[in-house]
Design a protein around this ligand. Structure first.
Ligand code: TYM
Length: 333
């Protein structure tokens, strides 16, 4: 029987410890529709080696990330959780799609330009062709939606171009996926440099999911607020990027609108607002950290989850890959 449920898919690279940006921009959006959708979430380990990794750390972070997915509310009974490199079809379709991705398209990718600057001594072919592999990650599962943060929108758009090009030649092979983002939290900014996005490369401005409450509170107390004279809590991303970032974090966690937040802190200033955001983040992350720590003690369980996930994902992926191989003219085995 054909699957009639809508399909959702996303992944995160285990290249660093998960942070608040990953959670608010992506994971938070993943768990909401597990009953309605057929959901695939994976650890994008193959993407991480476009930048040199320490092998032992990569293995540790991959399993930690799986535990964190579950601790964030992704029930392995309802979601297919797997490791990208366990499903060989990703590499295979990745190669095919590279041949349907243009040099010019790949050259325009912001992430490629940024990472090339940061890793000037290792601008390898994988880093350049990364979006073709990402398109394969997506298209193997024919998803309706790809929930990611704002910074991945360009890659999803390139994937859509590939669909259009491929289907234009071979007929309706791939379903057109839609980019899906959260309202607040789609682009969480660095706490110390609010003009840059929150990322592990600026650790003082980044809040990690596994961080201890005291460290989280300290980071929020030290968060850069703006040098404007009014010093009131008001949303203005242009003139007050620091405060606006804190407001969007607070809004994403509490569900309060910017108007409500402005009223809540009216007359109180930054001194009261910053610790309140810190407390909200601590309250959000504490159960996730504790559950992750608990799960990490049960390696056999985690192994059973990723094995079952790879089996299910592999089955779906193989179906798409066979279709693609046939369309492009590969002789059947
Ligand atoms: P990655 O690993 O850099 O980030 C994982 C997810 O977290 C989101 N994100 C943020 N959202 C808001 N604010 C931030 N500061 C922030 N930082 C990160 C990202 O948008 C992303 O949703 N190429 C992808 C991984 C990937 C993938 C895929 C995603 C590989 N294949 C297929 C979806 C579908 C990446 O590098 O994300």
């Amino acid at each position: 029987m054909e699957n009639t449920k809508k399909v959702m898919l996303s992944g995160i690279q285990p290249s660093g410890d998960l942070h608040l940006g990953n959670y608010l921009g992506a994971i938070k959006n993943w768990s909401v529709r597990a009953d309605e959708y057929d959901c695939y979430y994976f650890m994008a380990d193959m993407h991480t080696i476009t930048v040199r990794q320490n092998p032992a750390d990569l293995r540790r972070r991959t399993i930690e990330q799986l535990a964190q997915y579950i601790a964030c509310g992704l029930d392995p009974e309802k979601n297919t959780l797997f490791v990208q490199s366990h499903v060989h079809q990703h590499a295979e379709l990745g190669w095919v799609l590279q041949c349907y991705t243009m040099f010019g398209e790949l050259s325009r990718m912001t992430q490629f330009k940024d990472k090339s600057k940061k890793n000037a001594d290792n601008i390898n072919g994988g880093l350049f062709a990364y979006p073709s592999l990402m398109a394969a990650d997506i298209l193997l599962y024919q998803p309706d939606y790809v929930p990611v943060g704002q910074d991945q929108k360009q890659h999803v758009e390139l994937c859509r171009n590939i669909v259009q090009r491929f289907n234009g030649i071979y007929g309706e092979v791939f379903k057109m996926p839609e980019f899906l983002s959260t309202k607040a939290g789609a682009r969480v900014m660095c706490l110390t440099q609010p003009e840059s996005k929150m990322s592990k490369s600026l650790p003082e401005g980044c809040v990690f999911l596994m961080e201890k409450p005291d460290d989280i509170r300290r980071k929020f107390k030290r968060a850069v607020t703006d040098s404007d004279t009014e010093r009131c809590v008001r949303f203005d991303a242009e003139a007050k990027p620091g405060v606006s970032n804190l407001m969007s974090i607070y809004s994403a966690i509490t569900g309060k609108s910017y108007d409500e937040i402005e009223r809540e802190f009216d007359g109180l200033g930054y001194g009261a607002f910053k610790p309140a955001v810190g407390d909200a983040v601590v309250e959000l992350l504490t159960p996730i950290r504790e559950e992750t720590e608990r799960l990490l003690k049960d390696k056999a369980y985690l192994e059973s989850v990723y094995k079952a996930g790879a089996e299910k994902a592999g089955w779906v992926a193989e179906k798409t890959l066979r279709k693609v191989y046939k369309k492009v003219g590969f002789l059947q085995r």
